[in-house]
Design a protein around this ligand. Sequence first.
Ligand SMILES: [Zn+2]
Length: 410
Amino acid sequence: MITPRDSIGQRSETVRRANLAAIATQLHLDGPLSRSELVARTGLTRSAIRGLIGEFVAAGLVNEERSDSLGAPGRPSPIVTPNGMSAVALGLEISVDSLAAGLIGFAGEVHAAVRVERPRGHLAATEIVADLVEVATPLLRRAEAGTLMGVGVAVVGIVRRPDGLVRLAPNLGWRDVPLGEMLAQALGIEVPIFVANDADLGVLAEHRRGTARGIEDAFYLAGEVGVGGGALVDGRPMHGAEGYAGEIGHLPVNPEGLDCACGSRGCWETEVGEHALLAAAGRPRDGGPEEVGRLLDAAAAGDPVALAAFQRVGAWLGVGIASIVNTFNPRLVILGGLFARIHPHVIGPITQRLAVRALAASRELVTIVPAALGADTTLLGAAELAFEPFLSDPAAWLAPRDGEVHLASA
Ligand SMILES: [Zn+2]
């Protein structure tokens, strides 16, 4: 039975936990902040902030320093600085072309990142998992300096989030691959592993840390061999009934088009993906990011074949982006991955097509931009996923031990 006093105690504990979460989230998203700024942003009293920050200081999650505010009246407010290595997340990324791993700290600093391009025709899930473990192991060793909060995994496929089952990854040739389970076993670590679609994580990262900060309606386009989409609608990610929304690469655009890896024909990615771009330039379609680099060099040197290939792909990009603009009315369409690299060469034809194909009311509001976080966008999004349990209840991680407070696995 809960006595009145217990219930008051419980309520104040609930409030404490919610306040710790609010402060941790502010620091995670914005980095160092003065105590006064935290007071302003959270609406808590100065003394409440002092006490709660004290808990984080004791756990080593943040440091507090006196600020050197020049000439400001009154006593300067101490600066609360996240200790980025105290709490870390491992981000992993599985693309058709490459594998990547990153060690990302509290407040979003990338402490280390490794990207390896893989030889073609080596896409079996067991081999990819083994390669990923090899890439990630040195980072996990570095993570031992702090507390590993979790692992976030971005994959170019349709993912059932609760158990990390990859329902379909057409360009990897995967169907119903239990990726979350396989990685948990192969990595041999006890922390939670979260698997999600790469474009969903792209829009998450750009919303929290990149070009879509403060924007409520945006669409992230992940370009590689395949094309994925992540939508932010009214400030929230749009996942669909089971999380499979955003498969914009399989929007049928060309009835006369090529067969697609998904089993359909004339999908958008068969016109704008990496294979389509390289084929349009008469280059080996399996040439990968290196061949794209050579194509970019050729275009920069004025090579007419290379320029025509970008014109063609840019025009098809415009066709699909017009559908996105008409359907979602976004303020931003963010080009990620391959599309960020080729942005300067395709923005012209994209804009021309939008002028004809997109409805003026929506078109006038939208800007097409490259991802601000560059090659790390997806890894940062994966890390955000791994940090979510901590950010929603940091108190669960503040464990007393030997009379002191430490960060520990929840
Ligand atoms: Zn398709």
